[in-house]
Design a protein around this ligand. Structure first.
Ligand code: SF4
Length: 223
């Protein structure tokens, strides 16, 4: 409700009586990742940030890679950053690793359009697929946080060691990050292998499948 000018005048007079000539205003400072910074509509949020130039990766990217999937998904998958194909097509997890991820999702009764959202910590590709720099993460992470705020997933799964380390801001092996429910700004987070790692090492398929069985069970129990 917009205050009537008489109410404002009375408020100012009461404030003056209490505090003298100094006027006290209760200003709430908005942190960059707080909800007031970006729009509440998922599609317009993408439009808001797709020309971002907050870090040098904006100069080398071909396409900004916002994410793909169901904006009301209970499961959010997060990789570290777009690779060459993702940069070319503007979509995360495409190519052979993406196809393998699609198969894994089908095995747990989901797909890219059904109760899953897929994105990366960084929305632009680092040159030669190097790991994200802390300064780049600091600039880009507020976008991920806002995506999470809008999607409200029940579970976040970090795909790969670098994504897990980056989100949790720790320097630990993937082995030690697996099999635990971590907390990412109030949402449970698991870490599992990146599908590209499974293409390089077949032995990782079984533990990854164990992780996705746990993910399926967790999501079924939290319905
Ligand atoms: S990586 Fe993130 S912060 Fe850097 S330019 Fe791209 S969208 Fe902006």
């Amino acid at each position: 409700m917009v205050p009537h000018s008489e109410d404002v005048r009375r408020y100012l007079m009461q404030t003056q009586e209490l505090f003298g000539e100094e006027l006290y205003l209760n200003l709430q400072i908005q942190h960059p990742d707080s909800s007031g910074e970006f729009g509440a509509d998922f599609n317009s949020f993408e439009q808001e940030i797709c020309n971002c130039k907050n870090c040098p990766l904006s100069r080398s990217r071909t396409k900004f890679v916002f994410g793909v999937g169901d904006p009301n998904a209970s499961l959010l998958l997060v990789g570290e950053a777009p690779g060459a194909e993702e940069d070319r097509l503007g979509e995360p997890f495409v190519g052979r690793a993406g196809k393998l991820l699609d198969k894994i999702l089908t095995a747990i009764g989901r797909n890219r359009q059904k109760d899953v959202y897929i994105c990366n910590v960084l929305k632009c590709r680092p040159p030669n697929n190097r790991d994200p720099l802390r300064a780049e993460v600091e600039e880009c992470e507020p976008y991920l946080l806002h995506q999470i705020r809008l999607i409200k997933p029940k579970l976040i799964v970090a795909l790969g060691r670098v994504a897990g380390q980056t989100l949790l801001n720790v320097d630990k092996s993937l082995k030690s990050l697996r099999n635990t429910f971590h907390d990412y700004h109030g949402t449970p987070l698991m870490v599992t292998y990146h599908p590209a790692a499974l293409l390089r090492n077949q032995d990782l398929k079984r533990p990854t499948w164990e992780d996705f069985k746990t993910i399926k069970e967790f999501l079924e129990q939290s319905r």
